[in-house]
Ligand binder design. Sequence first.
Ligand SMILES: [Zn+2]
Length: 50
Amino acid sequence: MCSPVGPLSIELGEITFYKYRCNDCGREYKSTGKQHSICPDCKSENVEKV
Ligand SMILES: [Zn+2]
């Protein structure tokens, strides 16, 4: 009795981190970049990807 192996493929999601810099306090941090990022320190949305 053989158990058929279905087309199960587990895809390992690759998480890419982007580097951001806050234009308000100058902090650099990493984020996954899925959504608009905010600074972890001052919660400012005035950040840019570097
Ligand atoms: Zn900041």
